[in-house]
Design a protein around this ligand. Structure first.
Ligand code: SF4
Length: 338
């Protein structure tokens, strides 16, 4: 994709937490791009830095212990303005403006973002009125329209419902309506279907795809579940111990995974009719304190070499739009300096 199609560029992002046990490098030198209109899946086990990456993008890293120590988060607006979110004040006017108009986030638990004391309608209307120049009755009309779009009916009546009056799946739909009320260019969805049963999960994924087409927004979809990531993403970023270890187009990643960690994740997914035995990745994810300047996956890697425990691997280009942070590609791959 061309440079002008980029909506977001994350470059060498470092978000650390100052803890009693030392500096926890939750996000450590992460770089990736989000293109306009695409769904970028971010996958990895718990504690790999997926959620802290998204909170960094919204400048909402938990304080006082957490802080963006370095790197850039460049947001490209339609008017050619480029804003480095990492340099903005967390509570400053510009940052609030970005949170209100450019970005929105949905979570695993709708109750963590929907207020129990306001009707879903008033929460959607608030988002509309903050980002558009409309009066209350126009905002109400738009809110009803939003509820229809996310499949909550009859919208004219349900606009007066409180979150406790809706089912889990309905609340997830309402949360999506609230998030989209400001017509954001970037929607960050953090494990939005993890708590849902499979039928509702499929409906929510379909709804998100439809709304993405309609609103022409980009989605950053965060999940530990490779199946869900495979269903919804155009490209995928694989994270491990706060670092990006592989980036690829979704089909390339599933049919031609290059990093041993991604290969391990794919081999441990159960599939109906699969003849090969499931192979879980041995060992467990290390804690993110005092990790060595080497490959953090080395203790679990079946392809470990001498260099892997002595030097951190750089990122190599291993194919078109496909990068891997692994010494295995030193010979055949081309070092990615970007
Ligand atoms: S750098 Fe070495 S240890 Fe790390 S994933 Fe590649 S082969 Fe395995």
């Amino acid at each position: 994709m061309k440079n002008k199609d980029k909506l977001l560029e994350v470059k060498n992002l470092r978000t650390y937490f100052d803890t009693r046990r030392g500096l926890a490098k939750a996000v450590d030198g992460v770089s990736f791009d989000v293109y306009k209109g695409e769904t970028l899946g971010i996958v990895g086990e718990s504690g790999c830095g997926k959620s802290i990456t998204s909170l960094s993008i919204l400048n909402l890293v938990p304080q006082p212990k957490g802080k963006i120590y370095g790197g850039e988060i460049l947001l490209h607006r339609d008017n050619d303005e480029v804003i480095d979110i990492a340099k903005l004040k967390r509570t400053g006017k510009k940052m609030k403006d970005i949170r209100r108009k450019d970005t929105a986030m949905i979570f695993q638990d709708p109750m963590s973002s929907l207020s129990p004391v306001y009707t879903v309608g008033s929460q959607i209307m608030e988002g509309i009125m903050l980002s558009h120049d409309v009066n209350k009755s126009e905002a109400r009309e738009r809110a009803i329209e939003m509820l229809r779009k996310v499949g909550i009916s009859p919208a004219e009546q349900r606009i007066n419902d409180y979150p406790y009056q809706l089912s889990g799946g309905m609340n997830q739909r309402a949360m999506i309506a609230v998030a989209l009320s400001s017509n954001p260019s970037l929607l960050i969805a953090d494990e939005p279907t993890t708590a849902l049963d499979v039928t509702v999960e499929a409906q929510i994924l379909e709804l998100m795809e439809d709304l993405q087409q309609e609103y022409k927004m980009s989605i950053m979809f965060i999940s530990h579940d490779l199946d869900v990531i495979g269903e919804i993403s155009d490209r995928v970023v694989v994270m491990y111990t706060g670092k990006v270890v592989e980036v690829a187009e979704v089909e390339d990643l599933f049919y031609n995974p290059s990093h041993p960690y991604t290969q391990g994740l794919l081999q441990s997914i159960p599939k109906i009719g699969r003849k090969k035995e499931l192979k879980p990745i041995s060992g467990s994810v290390p804690q993110i304190y005092n990790l060595p300047d080497a490959c953090h996956f080395a203790p679990r890697c079946p392809h470990k070499m001498d260099i892997c425990t002595k030097k951190e691997p750089p990122v190599f280009d291993v194919g078109e739009g496909h990068q891997s942070k692994c010494w295995l590609y030193e010979e055949g791959g081309k070092r990615n300096e970007g």
